[in-house]
Design a protein around this ligand. Structure first.
Ligand SMILES: Cc1cc2nc3c(=O)[nH]c(=O)nc-3n(C[C@H](O)[C@H](O)[C@H](O)COP(=O)(O)OP(=O)(O)OC[C@H]3O[C@@H](n4cnc5c(N)ncnc54)[C@H](O)[C@@H]3O)c2cc1C
Length: 383
């Protein structure tokens, strides 16, 4: 057993990151760059939960349904992405399989067409395409498409490749990675209220800064502090299929289904969205349903080879916004959780925000909408 305990020292400041998903790893990358001595703790293997279940779309435009702080955050992170993946690839020497092709969001029903057209009032980097224009861009699309939006800036990465690139970059930067090391609880100094470390099976580990990046499992760690985070797991199941020849360059997306072409010629088809607790079983019925939806949009997928299926748990929040920031009742703790459907996209911004908070700098955007205690301040509903 490794008995080495971390204690705050006069040397480099220490940071413990709870959760080695894309958000925790992005935070560790930024913190170690800023001079922190970082330890990433994961209850399982690095990036083995929601992160590698994801499709990898960087869908700042396609995923947002109205303007506001979430859209602003998505756009900031999208703007940072290529430089971030370049830095990871340069540091660790592993490709993130970044593909600079956009997303076509096609409508198959009148209702969907209206919803998409209404976004034109505020969405940026988007263009309305007639059915002919859509099929000019992607000839394999169904003749039933009624038109749609082209988002040229909504690129993609391969989540498994991104996970490998993050791990290599963290190792290169000297971060300590401890897998199979669940954090049981946060350690708090009773006098100051400061979060001073975490309790693990190997004993206490201490640090100057603790980052909560435990995805859908985060509430279990904050509840004992008196902060019940309104978060819940949202199960998403995907399938991977291989058409006989590549069908599209772009990701194609319609209501209830998206098809993301990957560099190896496979297509990732996603995804369900079910609140079913921590159940991650992939079911046969969903395979058939996703395949039927995908074939309605890209008919040539009907005879594609089935490769695999899997499910992951998105860290959902009641208002759809992540929890990013600090809480005055627990100084020393930085929240970086609840990135729901967009954690792959939001990782560069989340990592930068953690770094800025740890250094006491002004965050890159106003964090009030993402305040981890925002729900505590809401008035009780009228009787
Ligand atoms: C099917 C599907 C498709 C998706 N597609 C996209 C997409 O196209 N684009 C996009 O941007 N996002 C997408 N997402 C969302 C994205 O995957 C998540 O938002 C993101 O992975 C969240 O990252 P995370 O690091 O917060 O959580 P996770 O990846 O779940 O990581 C949390 C980590 O914390 C660890 N942990 C938990 N509790 C503890 C503890 N007590 N002690 C130690 N470790 C702990 C877990 O083991 C886990 O490794 C998708 C998600 C799913 C499921």
């Amino acid at each position: 057993m490794n008995t080495k305990h971390l204690t705050p020292s006069a040397g480099r400041p220490k940071a413990i990151i709870i959760g080695g998903g894309v958000i925790g790893c992005a935070a560790a990358f930024q913190l170690s760059e800023a001079g922190f001595d970082c330890t990433v703790l994961d209850k399982g293997r690095l990036c083995s939960e929601a992160t590698t279940a994801a499709a990898g779309m960087l869908g700042a435009q396609v995923e947002t349904h109205h303007p506001g702080p979430f859209y602003e955050l998505c756009r900031i992170s999208q703007g940072m992405y290529r430089r971030w993946t370049d830095a990871l690839e340069h540091t660790g020497g592993v490709s993130t399989e970044y593909i600079a092709e956009g997303i076509l969001r096609a409508a198959l029903t009148e209702e969907d067409e209206q919803e998409l057209r209404s976004r034109l009032a505020w969405i940026q980097d988007a263009r309305w395409c007639t059915p002919d224009e859509l099929r000019e861009l992607e000839p394999a699309l169904s003749p039933k498409v009624r038109g749609g939006l082209h988002f040229p800036a909504d690129h993609q990465v391969h989540p498994a490749a991104l996970a490998r690139a993050l791990k290599a970059a963290l190792v290169k930067q000297g971060c300590t990675i401890r897998e199979e090391t669940p954090v049981f609880r946060l350690l708090k100094d009773t006098r100051s209220g400061r979060i001073t470390g975490v309790q693990t099976a190997e004993g206490p580990l201490y640090a100057d800064t603790v980052v909560l990046a435990a995805g859908a499992w985060s509430p279990a760690l904050t509840e004992p502090l008196g902060l019940p985070l309104p978060m819940f797991p949202v199960k998403g199941q995907c399938i991977s299929v291989k058409p006989q020849a590549p069908l599209t360059q772009s990701t194609v997306f319609t209501k209830g289904c998206y098809i993301v072409p990957k560099a190896d010629g496979s297509c990732l088809v996603g995804a369900t969205q079910v609140e079913a607790g921590f159940d991650k079983r992939a079911t046969a019925a969903v395979i058939a349903d996703l395949h039927a939806r995908a074939s309605a949009l890209l008919p040539a997928l009907a005879d594609a080879e089935f490769l695999s299926t899997w499910a992951g748990l998105r860290p959902g929040t009641r208002d759809g916004l992540p929890f990013m920031g600090t809480w005055e009742t627990a100084p020393g703790l930085i929240f970086a959780t609840g990135h729901y459907r967009n954690g792959i996209l939001l990782a560069p911004a989340a990592g930068r925000i953690v770094r800025q908070l740890a250094l006491g700098e002004k965050p890159l955007l106003d964090l009030a909408p993402f305040d981890p205690a925002r729900h505590l301040n809401q008035p009780a509903p009228a009787l």
